[in-house]
Design a protein around this ligand. Structure first.
Ligand code: RIB
Length: 298
């Protein structure tokens, strides 16, 4: 039994860090690279586990070198891998990531591989029922995500949806979600409201709440975050850090938030902890590899 079930993808992130992100047709000489765990679901699972939460990760991998890398990395981080499906017909996915070392900003292409073929029939929802929190994103086929959100809600789990990458969602999704955690770009996709300041974030959160979502957390990058449940509103500034790679910062936030919620912390404390985990995650190259441990937070 795990405290938190995470449904999502694993991909091998191949990150290149250099003085800038190359433009089209340009070749630059970079200065470092990292091959490590990526995929939003995988990164979120690692973040939770490094904080001390018991995590069950539902995913799909290919029967290949990167699939083996996934299992060994996840096991090293004490993540329950018994519900990961191994496909003999699909490859493990890969993401190519360019990172600007001066700002930590990135450009990513993800080829999902095996988890893009995940079906509802392959999911054993009994596993989800044994957890307290269900956390997922939108890198898995939508019908599978919806099926799992329904199973989780029928069994009174807290559902957290990190709606990334942004894509069209029907109303069923919104009614099943307890916490909806877009970044400012994703929030704009769902609401049409461009976020430049706290006032825009508030307007965007209100619109999402009117769409049926109970709690909205909009992460605002270096500006921090905005939370609303329609009554209480909280704005928190980002933790000041020297960011070298912001890849996975949103995943760190979602992992940190889920863990804090599991521990029964009040909403403001959950947001503060998540904000700190996200900030610390940007100080190292790599998404999964950059997740902080509980001891790093003190
Ligand atoms: O959120 C960051 C992640 O998005 C990366 O690890 C990349 O693999 C993509 O899935």
């Amino acid at each position: 039994m795990s405290d938190i079930t995470v449904l999502g993808i694993f991909v091998a992130d191949i990150s290149f860090s250099g003085n800038k992100i190359p433009t089209i047709g340009e070749t630059i000489l970079g200065d470092s690279y990292n091959i490590g765990p990526g995929g939003k679901g995988c990164n979120q699972a690692i973040a939770i586990s490094r904080l001390g939460g018991q995590v069950n990760f539902i995913s799909k991998l290919g029967n290949d070198e990167y699939g083996k890398l996934a299992i060994s990395k996840l096991k090293k981080d004490n993540i329950d891998t018994s519900n990961i499906i191994i496909s003999n017909t699909h490859k493990t996915g890969v993401a190519g990531i360019h990172v600007d070392r001066n700002t930590g900003k990135n450009a990513i292409t993800v080829v999902r591989g095996a988890p893009a073929s995940l079906t509802v029939e392959e999911i054993d929802t009994n596993i989800i029922k044994k957890s307290k929190i269900f956390l997922t994103q939108l890198e898995i086929p939508r019908e599978v995500t919806l099926h799992c959100l329904k199973a989780a809600k029928e069994n009174n789990l807290i559902n957290i949806l990190n709606p990334a990458p942004a894509c069209e969602l029907n109303d069923d999704f919104f009614s099943l979600v307890d916490y909806f955690t877009p970044n400012e770009t994703e929030a704009e996709f769902y609401t049409g409201i461009k976020i430049n300041d706290e006032k825009d974030a508030k307007e965007s959160a209100n619109k999402l709440i009117n769409m049926g979502i109970k709690n909205v957390i909009i992460t605002l990058g270096e500006k921090g975050l905005f939370y609303s449940d329609g009554k209480e509103e909280i704005y928190i500034k980002a933790m000041p850090v020297k960011a070298v790679d912001t890849t996975g910062a949103g995943d760190a936030f979602n992992g940190g938030f889920s863990f804090a919620l599991l521990k029964g912390k009040k909403i403001k404390e959950c947001l503060e902890m998540a904000n700190k985990v996200a900030g610390l995650s940007t100080t190292k190259l790599g998404a999964g590899d950059g997740m902080p441990f509980l001891k790093d937070l003190s």
